[in-house]
Ligand binder design. Structure first.
Ligand code: PBG
Length: 320
């Protein structure tokens, strides 16, 4: 191996063309999914524009804009008119997501519609399952989560994304989908979802902060990566078609471990707090948003993500 001065790594960095030639990771809009919040009324969010909310009518116009920009996929979250103990808005045939899906499906057959399958936006207490004796009851929640997934498929979802972190949910969702004749609907499971401080802006947007306690009894501990491998393997065994690691930037090692260990598509969720940090810093003139966003998204892909859920997807469409 000849070293300096024969070897000069700067040679390939000299011009934009040379850097482009040897670039290892590229961003392609096909690999990005835009989260969309649907609620009874539209609500703009001037500071965090991607975290605004759309009525069913307005989500149609937003989908027109996204499709026009070349965005291929959206991940839908619903904020129901009313919440209750049993999250009935989640699996109501006339629920907010079901209505949005029917409207979008008719107008945009080519836009991939993924849905977040969880109870937390629909429960009055904000937990991802039903409460029995002061605890989130795993097995009883599974039935409701599975019902929710089936109702999304019936309303036109292209794929469902269980994000509740109950044990056995992927198997329960697979079985319920198959029983209802939806063998072809993929499950993109939030397989390694950590209990994270980076979900703050989302919980505000979705009004889903837990009314008591926190989510550490079901979401993963930030300190663990071997346990993530167990979560991922279980979801694979239960029939997941693709696996999500969430959040993304503080968990690049988990994305890398998932990539090396599994042959399924691996996704990463670049969550609300990751987006908000850059927005806030950019707002103060501390960094340039576009450069910081592109660097973040490139790092997530470099770590091994095949596709990324990101609040920058819409802006990215303009940047690329
Ligand atoms: C639902 C859900 C959450 C997020 C996605 N699905 C919130 C949570 O688990 O508290 C967070 C997304 C984000 O922060 O962008 N369980």
């Amino acid at each position: 191996m000849s070293a300096f001065p024969k070897t000069r790594l700067r040679r390939l960095r000299r011009t934009d063309r040379l850097r482009g030639l040897v670039r290892e990771t590229r961003l392609d809009l096909d690999d990005f999914v835009m989260p969309l919040f649907v609620g009874p009324e539209s609500l703009t969010n001037p500071e965090l524009p991607a975290m605004g909310r759309f009525s069913v009518d307005d989500v149609l116009s937003e989908a027109d804009v996204l499709a026009g920009l070349g965005v291929r996929a959206a991940l839908l979250f619903g904020i129901p008119e009313e919440k209750d103990e049993e999250a009935s808005g989640a699996y109501d045939d006339d629920g907010i997501i079901q209505a949005a899906l029917r409207a979008l499906r008719g107008r945009h057959p080519e836009l991939l519609l993924l849905t977040d399958v969880c109870l937390c936006e629909y429960t009055s207490h904000g937990h991802c399952g039903v409460i029995r004796d002061g605890e989130v009851a795993n097995d009883e929640s599974l039935d409701l989560i599975a019902r929710t997934a089936v109702s999304h498929a019936e309303a036109g979802a292209d794929a469902v994304c269980p994000s509740d972190m109950m044990d056995g949910r992927v198997g329960a969702v697979r079985e319920a989908l198959d029983d209802a004749g939806f063998e072809q609907i993929p499950i993109v499971s939030y397989a390694a979802k950590y209990a994270s401080a980076f979900y703050g802006p989302f919980r505000e947007a979705a009004e889903s902060a837990p009314a008591f306690g926190d989510r550490r009894g079901y979401q993963m501990d930030a300190a663990n990566v071997r346990e993530a491998a167990r979560e991922l393997s279980l979801d694979v065994a239960e029939g997941a078609d693709a696996l999500i690691v969430k959040p993304a930037l503080p968990y690049l090692d988990v994305i890398r471990a998932a990539r090396e260990r599994f042959d399924l598509p691996i996704a990463a969720y670049n969550v609300s707090g990751e987006y908000a940090m850059v927005k806030a810093a950019a707002g103060r003139g501390w960094m340039e948003e576009r450069a910081a966003a592109l660097e973040s998204l490139t790092a997530i892909k470099r770590a091994g993500a095949d596709f990324v859920v990101s609040y920058w997807t819409k802006e990215l469409a303009g940047w690329l």
